[in-house]
Design a protein around this ligand. Structure first.
Ligand SMILES: [Zn+2]
Length: 62
């Protein structure tokens, strides 16, 4: 049986980190960020209307 409604997950920032850890992400600003890496760029994620997200490093977000 399929439900019309998708189950929504609620996760914490810590759980998000666990999911992203080790991934190299190409940011929308053109830089790259490896989550969990000691010297990695700061990852800034903005969620806007319409189900879109944009990603930046700290330098480009300012
Ligand atoms: Zn950048």
């Amino acid at each position: 049986m399929k439900s019309a409604k998708q189950k929504r997950e609620l996760i914490t920032s810590d759980e998000l980190l666990e999911r992203l850890k080790g991934l190299k992400i190409k940011l929308d600003c053109g830089h790259c960020c490896t989550v969990g890496h000691q010297l990695a760029n700061t990852l800034v994620v903005t969620s806007t209307g319409g189900g879109k997200i944009r990603t930046y490093c700290h330098e480009c977000y300012n």
